[in-house]
Design a protein around this ligand. Structure first.
Ligand code: FAQ
Length: 309
Protein backbone atom coordinates (compact mmCIF):
# COMPACT_ATOMS: atom_id res chain seq x y z
CA UNK A 1 0.00 0.00 0.00
CA UNK A 2 1.48 3.39 -0.93
CA UNK A 3 1.47 6.48 1.27
CA UNK A 4 -1.49 8.07 -0.49
CA UNK A 5 -3.71 5.08 0.05
CA UNK A 6 -2.57 4.82 3.64
CA UNK A 7 -3.44 8.48 4.24
CA UNK A 8 -6.90 7.93 2.72
CA UNK A 9 -7.52 4.85 4.87
CA UNK A 10 -6.53 6.79 7.97
CA UNK A 11 -9.03 9.52 7.18
CA UNK A 12 -11.78 6.90 6.93
CA UNK A 13 -10.70 4.99 10.04
CA UNK A 14 -10.45 8.13 12.16
CA UNK A 15 -13.86 9.39 10.99
CA UNK A 16 -12.31 12.50 9.45
CA UNK A 17 -13.54 13.97 6.15
CA UNK A 18 -12.16 13.36 2.68
CA UNK A 19 -11.80 16.72 0.94
CA UNK A 20 -11.75 17.45 -2.84
CA UNK A 21 -7.95 17.81 -3.04
CA UNK A 22 -7.20 14.64 -1.08
CA UNK A 23 -6.12 11.53 -2.94
CA UNK A 24 -8.93 8.99 -3.09
CA UNK A 25 -9.40 5.59 -4.78
CA UNK A 26 -11.08 5.92 -8.17
CA UNK A 27 -13.90 3.61 -7.04
CA UNK A 28 -14.56 5.89 -4.04
CA UNK A 29 -14.71 8.89 -6.36
CA UNK A 30 -16.98 7.12 -8.88
CA UNK A 31 -19.34 5.81 -6.22
CA UNK A 32 -19.71 9.29 -4.72
CA UNK A 33 -20.30 10.87 -8.14
CA UNK A 34 -22.96 8.25 -8.87
CA UNK A 35 -24.81 8.70 -5.59
CA UNK A 36 -24.50 12.48 -5.29
CA UNK A 37 -25.46 13.20 -8.92
CA UNK A 38 -28.47 10.88 -8.63
CA UNK A 39 -29.42 12.61 -5.41
CA UNK A 40 -29.22 15.97 -7.22
CA UNK A 41 -31.35 14.69 -10.11
CA UNK A 42 -33.94 13.45 -7.60
CA UNK A 43 -34.22 16.88 -6.00
CA UNK A 44 -34.74 18.54 -9.37
CA UNK A 45 -37.09 15.97 -10.95
CA UNK A 46 -38.87 15.87 -7.58
CA UNK A 47 -40.15 19.39 -8.19
CA UNK A 48 -42.45 18.18 -10.96
CA UNK A 49 -45.19 16.29 -9.04
CA UNK A 50 -45.60 19.24 -6.67
CA UNK A 51 -45.28 21.86 -9.41
CA UNK A 52 -48.40 20.26 -10.86
CA UNK A 53 -50.41 21.63 -7.92
CA UNK A 54 -49.12 25.19 -7.69
CA UNK A 55 -51.94 26.66 -9.76
CA UNK A 56 -54.55 24.62 -7.92
CA UNK A 57 -53.46 25.16 -4.31
CA UNK A 58 -56.62 25.74 -2.21
CA UNK A 59 -55.52 29.09 -0.68
CA UNK A 60 -52.95 31.85 -1.16
CA UNK A 61 -51.15 30.65 2.00
CA UNK A 62 -51.01 27.08 0.72
CA UNK A 63 -49.68 28.32 -2.63
CA UNK A 64 -46.95 30.45 -1.00
CA UNK A 65 -45.81 27.61 1.24
CA UNK A 66 -45.77 25.07 -1.61
CA UNK A 67 -43.89 27.48 -3.87
CA UNK A 68 -41.25 28.07 -1.18
CA UNK A 69 -40.86 24.33 -0.66
CA UNK A 70 -40.42 23.61 -4.37
CA UNK A 71 -37.83 26.39 -4.65
CA UNK A 72 -35.94 24.80 -1.75
CA UNK A 73 -35.77 21.53 -3.72
CA UNK A 74 -34.22 23.39 -6.66
CA UNK A 75 -31.66 24.81 -4.25
CA UNK A 76 -30.86 21.33 -2.92
CA UNK A 77 -30.29 20.14 -6.47
CA UNK A 78 -27.87 23.01 -7.06
CA UNK A 79 -25.86 22.39 -3.87
CA UNK A 80 -25.61 18.72 -4.79
CA UNK A 81 -24.53 19.34 -8.39
CA UNK A 82 -21.84 21.64 -6.99
CA UNK A 83 -20.74 18.93 -4.56
CA UNK A 84 -20.47 16.39 -7.40
CA UNK A 85 -18.48 18.90 -9.49
CA UNK A 86 -15.78 18.97 -6.79
CA UNK A 87 -15.18 15.30 -7.69
CA UNK A 88 -14.31 16.13 -11.28
CA UNK A 89 -17.54 15.72 -13.26
CA UNK A 90 -19.15 18.68 -15.05
CA UNK A 91 -22.77 19.75 -14.69
CA UNK A 92 -23.23 19.15 -18.41
CA UNK A 93 -22.06 15.54 -18.15
CA UNK A 94 -24.42 14.92 -15.26
CA UNK A 95 -27.38 16.31 -17.20
CA UNK A 96 -26.42 14.22 -20.24
CA UNK A 97 -26.34 11.11 -18.04
CA UNK A 98 -29.81 11.96 -16.72
CA UNK A 99 -31.18 12.49 -20.22
CA UNK A 100 -29.65 9.31 -21.64
CA UNK A 101 -30.98 7.23 -18.73
CA UNK A 102 -27.47 6.34 -17.51
CA UNK A 103 -28.08 8.21 -14.27
CA UNK A 104 -31.12 7.44 -12.19
CA UNK A 105 -33.31 9.56 -9.93
CA UNK A 106 -35.54 8.41 -7.10
CA UNK A 107 -38.30 6.00 -8.13
CA UNK A 108 -40.83 7.91 -6.02
CA UNK A 109 -41.05 10.80 -8.49
CA UNK A 110 -42.43 8.55 -11.21
CA UNK A 111 -45.81 8.39 -9.48
CA UNK A 112 -48.49 10.98 -10.29
CA UNK A 113 -49.79 13.57 -7.80
CA UNK A 114 -53.52 13.16 -8.30
CA UNK A 115 -55.14 15.19 -5.49
CA UNK A 116 -54.30 17.98 -3.05
CA UNK A 117 -53.91 15.31 -0.35
CA UNK A 118 -50.96 14.02 -2.39
CA UNK A 119 -49.18 17.29 -1.58
CA UNK A 120 -49.60 16.34 2.07
CA UNK A 121 -48.44 12.77 1.52
CA UNK A 122 -45.39 13.86 -0.47
CA UNK A 123 -44.22 16.43 2.09
CA UNK A 124 -44.89 14.12 5.02
CA UNK A 125 -43.77 10.75 3.63
CA UNK A 126 -41.34 11.57 0.80
CA UNK A 127 -39.54 14.39 2.59
CA UNK A 128 -39.87 12.37 5.80
CA UNK A 129 -38.08 9.41 4.20
CA UNK A 130 -35.53 11.76 2.65
CA UNK A 131 -34.77 13.20 6.12
CA UNK A 132 -34.18 9.78 7.71
CA UNK A 133 -31.74 8.98 4.88
CA UNK A 134 -30.06 12.39 4.88
CA UNK A 135 -29.63 12.73 8.64
CA UNK A 136 -27.51 9.61 8.35
CA UNK A 137 -25.66 11.11 5.36
CA UNK A 138 -24.67 14.15 7.44
CA UNK A 139 -21.92 11.83 8.71
CA UNK A 140 -20.86 10.66 5.25
CA UNK A 141 -17.09 10.63 4.71
CA UNK A 142 -16.96 13.04 1.75
CA UNK A 143 -16.68 16.50 3.36
CA UNK A 144 -18.65 18.67 0.89
CA UNK A 145 -21.53 16.13 0.74
CA UNK A 146 -21.65 15.89 4.51
CA UNK A 147 -21.78 19.68 4.97
CA UNK A 148 -24.41 20.04 2.24
CA UNK A 149 -26.57 17.50 4.04
CA UNK A 150 -26.58 19.53 7.26
CA UNK A 151 -28.22 22.49 5.56
CA UNK A 152 -30.53 20.37 3.41
CA UNK A 153 -31.84 18.48 6.44
CA UNK A 154 -32.84 21.72 8.17
CA UNK A 155 -34.95 22.67 5.15
CA UNK A 156 -36.38 19.18 4.70
CA UNK A 157 -37.71 19.18 8.24
CA UNK A 158 -39.80 22.27 7.37
CA UNK A 159 -41.04 20.41 4.27
CA UNK A 160 -42.06 17.40 6.32
CA UNK A 161 -44.10 19.61 8.65
CA UNK A 162 -45.70 21.40 5.71
CA UNK A 163 -46.90 18.02 4.40
CA UNK A 164 -48.06 16.81 7.80
CA UNK A 165 -50.02 20.04 8.32
CA UNK A 166 -51.93 19.38 5.08
CA UNK A 167 -52.62 15.80 6.24
CA UNK A 168 -53.91 17.04 9.63
CA UNK A 169 -56.34 19.39 7.87
CA UNK A 170 -57.52 16.73 5.43
CA UNK A 171 -57.79 13.94 8.02
CA UNK A 172 -59.87 16.21 10.29
CA UNK A 173 -61.97 17.67 7.47
CA UNK A 174 -65.10 16.33 5.77
CA UNK A 175 -65.49 12.56 5.24
CA UNK A 176 -64.54 13.13 1.58
CA UNK A 177 -61.35 14.96 2.62
CA UNK A 178 -60.46 12.22 5.10
CA UNK A 179 -60.97 9.63 2.35
CA UNK A 180 -58.65 11.62 0.08
CA UNK A 181 -56.00 11.66 2.83
CA UNK A 182 -56.32 7.87 3.27
CA UNK A 183 -56.14 7.32 -0.50
CA UNK A 184 -52.96 9.43 -0.77
CA UNK A 185 -51.41 7.49 2.11
CA UNK A 186 -52.38 4.18 0.48
CA UNK A 187 -50.75 5.13 -2.83
CA UNK A 188 -47.55 6.68 -1.40
CA UNK A 189 -46.81 4.30 1.51
CA UNK A 190 -45.00 1.50 -0.29
CA UNK A 191 -43.29 3.72 -2.91
CA UNK A 192 -41.96 5.88 -0.02
CA UNK A 193 -40.53 2.77 1.70
CA UNK A 194 -38.83 1.83 -1.56
CA UNK A 195 -36.99 5.16 -1.66
CA UNK A 196 -34.49 3.47 0.69
CA UNK A 197 -33.46 1.12 -2.12
CA UNK A 198 -33.46 -2.67 -2.42
CA UNK A 199 -32.99 -4.99 0.57
CA UNK A 200 -29.40 -5.03 1.82
CA UNK A 201 -28.82 -8.50 0.38
CA UNK A 202 -29.71 -7.19 -3.12
CA UNK A 203 -27.97 -3.82 -2.83
CA UNK A 204 -25.00 -3.64 -5.22
CA UNK A 205 -23.27 -0.67 -3.59
CA UNK A 206 -23.95 -0.99 0.15
CA UNK A 207 -20.91 -3.06 1.02
CA UNK A 208 -18.37 -0.66 -0.59
CA UNK A 209 -20.30 2.38 0.58
CA UNK A 210 -20.36 1.16 4.20
CA UNK A 211 -16.67 0.27 4.08
CA UNK A 212 -15.80 3.79 2.93
CA UNK A 213 -18.42 5.40 5.22
CA UNK A 214 -20.18 7.00 2.26
CA UNK A 215 -23.30 5.35 3.68
CA UNK A 216 -23.41 5.15 7.49
CA UNK A 217 -26.48 2.92 7.75
CA UNK A 218 -27.86 0.33 5.35
CA UNK A 219 -31.03 0.57 3.25
CA UNK A 220 -32.99 -1.82 5.50
CA UNK A 221 -31.89 -0.14 8.75
CA UNK A 222 -33.00 3.27 7.51
CA UNK A 223 -36.27 1.93 6.09
CA UNK A 224 -37.11 0.34 9.45
CA UNK A 225 -36.31 3.61 11.28
CA UNK A 226 -38.72 5.41 8.98
CA UNK A 227 -41.51 2.85 9.51
CA UNK A 228 -41.06 2.98 13.31
CA UNK A 229 -41.21 6.76 13.28
CA UNK A 230 -44.12 7.10 10.86
CA UNK A 231 -46.67 4.52 12.07
CA UNK A 232 -47.48 6.54 15.26
CA UNK A 233 -47.95 9.62 13.03
CA UNK A 234 -50.50 7.68 10.93
CA UNK A 235 -52.31 6.72 14.13
CA UNK A 236 -52.33 10.33 15.33
CA UNK A 237 -54.04 11.32 12.07
CA UNK A 238 -56.73 8.68 12.69
CA UNK A 239 -55.84 6.98 9.39
CA UNK A 240 -55.12 3.32 8.73
CA UNK A 241 -51.69 1.90 7.97
CA UNK A 242 -52.07 0.58 4.41
CA UNK A 243 -50.25 -2.64 5.33
CA UNK A 244 -52.40 -5.01 7.43
CA UNK A 245 -49.27 -6.85 8.61
CA UNK A 246 -47.69 -3.70 9.97
CA UNK A 247 -47.84 -4.48 13.70
CA UNK A 248 -45.62 -3.67 16.66
CA UNK A 249 -43.31 -6.59 17.48
CA UNK A 250 -42.39 -6.63 21.21
CA UNK A 251 -39.51 -9.01 20.58
CA UNK A 252 -37.71 -6.99 17.92
CA UNK A 253 -38.82 -3.60 19.23
CA UNK A 254 -39.87 -2.64 15.67
CA UNK A 255 -42.94 -2.71 13.45
CA UNK A 256 -43.20 -5.77 11.17
CA UNK A 257 -44.25 -5.25 7.56
CA UNK A 258 -45.41 -7.29 4.55
CA UNK A 259 -42.95 -8.15 1.79
CA UNK A 260 -42.65 -5.38 -0.81
CA UNK A 261 -43.48 -5.64 -4.47
CA UNK A 262 -39.92 -5.47 -5.77
CA UNK A 263 -41.01 -6.27 -9.32
CA UNK A 264 -42.87 -2.99 -9.36
CA UNK A 265 -39.84 -1.18 -7.89
CA UNK A 266 -37.42 -2.47 -10.56
CA UNK A 267 -39.95 -1.83 -13.26
CA UNK A 268 -40.14 1.83 -12.19
CA UNK A 269 -36.34 2.08 -11.78
CA UNK A 270 -35.89 0.71 -15.30
CA UNK A 271 -38.04 3.50 -16.72
CA UNK A 272 -41.47 1.87 -16.96
CA UNK A 273 -43.31 3.58 -14.10
CA UNK A 274 -46.48 5.63 -14.62
CA UNK A 275 -44.66 8.95 -15.16
CA UNK A 276 -41.02 8.15 -16.14
CA UNK A 277 -41.39 9.27 -19.77
CA UNK A 278 -43.28 12.43 -18.84
CA UNK A 279 -40.77 13.47 -16.15
CA UNK A 280 -37.77 13.09 -18.45
CA UNK A 281 -39.46 14.78 -21.41
CA UNK A 282 -40.39 17.73 -19.21
CA UNK A 283 -36.81 18.06 -17.98
CA UNK A 284 -35.36 17.84 -21.50
CA UNK A 285 -37.80 20.45 -22.80
CA UNK A 286 -37.07 22.89 -19.96
CA UNK A 287 -33.34 22.33 -20.42
CA UNK A 288 -33.48 22.97 -24.18
CA UNK A 289 -35.94 25.87 -24.01
CA UNK A 290 -33.67 27.62 -21.52
CA UNK A 291 -30.38 27.05 -23.34
CA UNK A 292 -30.28 30.81 -24.00
CA UNK A 293 -29.97 31.50 -20.25
CA UNK A 294 -26.82 29.32 -20.02
CA UNK A 295 -25.44 30.96 -23.16
CA UNK A 296 -26.14 34.48 -21.82
CA UNK A 297 -24.52 33.63 -18.44
CA UNK A 298 -21.49 32.21 -20.25
CA UNK A 299 -21.09 35.30 -22.46
CA UNK A 300 -21.53 37.60 -19.46
CA UNK A 301 -18.90 35.73 -17.46
CA UNK A 302 -16.50 35.85 -20.42
CA UNK A 303 -17.01 39.59 -20.73
CA UNK A 304 -16.69 40.41 -17.04
CA UNK A 305 -13.97 37.98 -16.07
CA UNK A 306 -12.05 38.11 -19.33
CA UNK A 307 -11.57 34.38 -19.40
CA UNK A 308 -13.46 31.20 -20.23
CA UNK A 309 -15.40 29.71 -17.34
N1 FAQ B 1 -34.97 4.89 -6.99
O1 FAQ B 1 -26.95 -0.63 -4.36
P1 FAQ B 1 -28.14 0.22 -4.09
C1 FAQ B 1 -35.91 13.75 -1.89
C2 FAQ B 1 -30.75 2.08 -7.61
S1 FAQ B 1 -34.36 13.23 -2.23
C3 FAQ B 1 -34.22 4.72 -8.09
O2 FAQ B 1 -28.85 0.01 -2.81
P2 FAQ B 1 -27.19 2.80 -3.24
C4 FAQ B 1 -36.15 15.19 -1.54
C5 FAQ B 1 -29.35 2.53 -7.24
O3 FAQ B 1 -29.09 3.84 -7.71
C6 FAQ B 1 -34.56 11.51 -2.67
N2 FAQ B 1 -33.11 3.96 -8.11
O4 FAQ B 1 -27.76 1.76 -4.31
C7 FAQ B 1 -37.37 15.64 -2.20
C8 FAQ B 1 -28.51 1.47 -7.91
O5 FAQ B 1 -28.43 1.70 -9.31
P3 FAQ B 1 -27.07 2.30 -10.01
C9 FAQ B 1 -33.32 10.95 -3.17
C10 FAQ B 1 -32.76 3.36 -6.94
O6 FAQ B 1 -26.84 4.03 -3.97
C11 FAQ B 1 -38.62 15.44 -1.64
C12 FAQ B 1 -29.36 0.22 -7.73
O7 FAQ B 1 -30.70 0.67 -7.55
N3 FAQ B 1 -32.41 10.72 -2.08
O8 FAQ B 1 -36.75 12.94 -1.94
C13 FAQ B 1 -33.48 3.52 -5.77
O9 FAQ B 1 -26.15 2.17 -2.38
C14 FAQ B 1 -39.78 15.90 -2.28
C15 FAQ B 1 -28.91 -0.63 -6.54
O10 FAQ B 1 -29.20 0.03 -5.29
C16 FAQ B 1 -31.15 10.30 -2.30
O11 FAQ B 1 -30.76 10.13 -3.42
C17 FAQ B 1 -34.63 4.32 -5.81
N4 FAQ B 1 -35.42 4.51 -4.74
O12 FAQ B 1 -28.45 3.09 -2.27
C18 FAQ B 1 -37.27 16.34 -3.39
C19 FAQ B 1 -30.29 10.09 -1.08
N5 FAQ B 1 -32.88 2.82 -4.78
O13 FAQ B 1 -26.79 3.64 -9.35
C20 FAQ B 1 -38.43 16.81 -4.03
C21 FAQ B 1 -28.90 9.69 -1.43
C22 FAQ B 1 -31.81 2.22 -5.34
O14 FAQ B 1 -25.98 1.30 -9.76
C23 FAQ B 1 -39.68 16.59 -3.46
N6 FAQ B 1 -28.83 8.37 -1.97
N7 FAQ B 1 -31.75 2.55 -6.64
O15 FAQ B 1 -27.42 2.47 -11.45
C24 FAQ B 1 -28.75 7.22 -1.22
O16 FAQ B 1 -28.76 7.26 0.00
C25 FAQ B 1 -28.59 5.91 -1.95
O17 FAQ B 1 -28.18 6.19 -3.26
C26 FAQ B 1 -29.88 5.03 -1.97
C27 FAQ B 1 -29.60 3.75 -2.79
C28 FAQ B 1 -30.25 4.62 -0.54
C29 FAQ B 1 -31.06 5.77 -2.60
Amino acid sequence: MDNLEQAFNEIIEKDLKVEPRDWMPEKYRANNIRQISQHAHSEVIGMQPEGNWLLRAPSLRAKQVLLAKIQDEAGHGLYLYSVAETLGISRQEMIEQLHSGKAKYSSIFNYPALTWADMGAIGWLVDGAAIVNQVSLQRTSYGPYSRGMVRICKEESFHQRQGYEIMIHMANGTPEQKAMAQDALNRFWEPALMMFGPHDKDSAHTSDSMKWKIKRETNDTLRQKFIDKTVPQIEFLGLEVPDKNCKWNEETGHYDHSPFNWDEFWNVVKGNGPCNAERLEHHKKAHNDNAWVREAAYQYAKKTEGELV
